[in-house]
Design a protein. Sequence first.
Length: 642
Amino acid sequence: MPEQIDTPILDTLDSPADLRRLPESRLKTLAEEMRAFLLLWASRNSGHFAASLGAVELTIALHYIFNTPEDRLVWDVGHQAYGHKILTGRRDRLHTIRKWGGLAPFPKRDESHYDTFGVGHSSTSISAALGMALAARNTGADRKAVAIIGDGGMTAGLAFEALNHAGDAGADLLVILNDNNMSISPNVGALSNRFAQILSGKLYTTVREKGKKVLSKMPPAWEIARRAEEHIKGLIVPGVLFEEFGFNYIGPIDGHHLPALLETIRNVKQLEGPQFLHVITRKGKGYAPAEADPVKYHAVSKPFDPETGMAASAQPSTAPPSKPTYSQVFSNWVCDMAAKDSRLVAVTPAMREGSGLVRFEQEYPDRYFDVAIAEQHSVAVAAGMACDGLKPVVAIYSTFLQRAYDQVVHDVVNQNLPVLFAIDRAGLVGADGPTHNGAYDFSFLRCLPNMVVMAPADENECRQMLYTGFLLDQPATVRYPRGGGPGVEAQEQMTAIPLGKGERRRQGRKIAILAFGAMLQPALEAGDELDATVVNMRFVKPLDQELILQLADEHELLVTVEENVIQGGAGSAVNEYLASRGIAQFIVNYGLPDRLIQHGSQQDMLNDAKLTKEGLLEFIQQYQEDRTRKTHVGRERIAGVN
């Protein structure tokens, strides 16, 4: 692959307005240039890749036909939108995407006025675009609202809730299903392309609407006509479902055939009311390795050779093997535990690879349940399993567990069901940024009755906590960060950890640092410099109350540290317990600040939040200096009064 590529048409485009001045005859070449640009970019950087390759023609067509940004485009999910960023003046900064201070990984309202809605979690586009369509109607604005949903986004219940409302509301809304074989995948061909153009054309629409008015006065004839239309459509398109929601269904259409795509979208733009356009694309289109393995190339994490698709670093190496990630620790544990207990079943909301369930699916296919992008359902179905004797393990990211909170409370906790939540990507996750940070789970889980909340400090503790939680006859969570731990070997032998018991890892004086989870390592490093006691608390709930009382009695200052927001977090639990005992103890909480930590590497984010040894040291030393100064001033005031 050359260092630079020729993109003469793309180089002239700084905005969609420039795009709309091009003749249609040049758009096919533009699509080729965009794909070449994306491939060159991806081979040198990290980020989502295959979905944007598949959406190139669709992206061009939408910005060409619609008057963006006045017309609203809402992308779902956002990793389809790299082409959108390229066409909206951010091509020269695409190399900064997902990096500290660079472009956001998803559309973001304060990054560009072409990004009409911030997206990170899937399946929000139809709701958001409907809201925009209703706002336009209520304010008399002459603009269109378009939701582009794909890459599995249609598998979530929220999308269907929005469809149900949209059909009833009757607003001018266009929903485009970018079907790239990650959701619905019917046949595509010349007949369906032509049928889509007919269904979106003025002649068909006029005849259809006028026919309705005439035939509605003759009920038997109207019913026959209605059934005939549904039957004809049903023979060629899978649109009956969307028609029942109140949409005019159009498609399926080949999303890589620009002439048909442009004509259909141009026709649909003229229609009023809810419209549903079904577009078939190929994820990874134009790059053979990505087409063959769209899951592998969904996102690339390292530079690669575009000729072979191999990572640039995939050469023989003498370096020692890398330590296992927490996801791999979970993967090994869930398979080992399944071999011991036939009641174990694994549930995940479309995160098989990320959560580490690939091996489990291969070894225990009948006990593996991927429920698609349906976090609420994943928890509720696990609750049903637990009611009838199974022992479900829900593998879910912290950020996605937020979407299922009602089910955690209502279906699992209120019924005290033995569901184990393996919560991956807790804390700061890196390049995906604020939408994916697991910053709140300590706070929203520890307030729930019956819930056990565990935070392992290393790989072996993670394995043993998973085992501990699985044995319990009540809800339990084990939350662990993205990537690897300090490198502690996970012991094959599984041993239950005493419930609610922490451990002293360093004995010091005056100051005690109470560390939760991954913050133990920086706490130990800071403790060495401060000669502080350092405790691995292990449990956020139940707390080790006896240990907390001992620490308060032996030390002048308690410092809690966690990779969670301070408000309502693990430190707050310690505060509340001491206050309930009437103990007036100097205590200060350290954790994620009350602001969003932006995207970058995990270390960039930890540095920004000051969740490092240096940050913890600075915080404790500053607190001590402030306390000493206040004490000194107070004594001077008392002396002055006397």
